[in-house]
Design a protein around this ligand. Structure first.
Ligand code: SF4
Ligand code: SF4
Length: 88
């Protein structure tokens, strides 16, 4: 895929590809750190929890397949915005 505002790859990253199951040419690095993590168990991804309760994203490719991730994050932006709202 061609690089754009919603798709790019960092093949120089020592972890590339950091998740399995995505064709190499479609692996998107745009959301290297997932902005949906803060949504907890409603993020919509394929997470699990460690024994100590930490959310683990090893098996999730939700935002790494082609250029679909940008649209997914955009759909959830209202919820993320609420998390960042000033608390009075
Ligand atoms: S998403 Fe981040 S960690 Fe994963 S391969 Fe790309 S640059 Fe590396
Ligand atoms: S499971 Fe997927 S969508 Fe959810 S926080 Fe982890 S990487 Fe993001």
């Amino acid at each position: 895929m061609k690089a754009s505002s919603s798709f790019f790859q960092n093949r120089a990253c020592e972890c590339f590809p950091c998740h399995e199951g995505v064709p190499l040419d479609e692996f998107n690095c745009l959301f290297c750190y997932c902005p949906l993590y803060a949504l907890g168990d409603s993020c919509g991804g394929n997470f699990s929890y460690s024994a100590s309760g930490v959310k683990v994203c090893t098996n999730c490719t939700l935002l790494h397949v082609g250029d679909a991730g940008a649209g997914i994050v955009k759909q959830r932006f209202g919820e993320l915005k609420e998390l960042g709202r000033r608390r009075l």
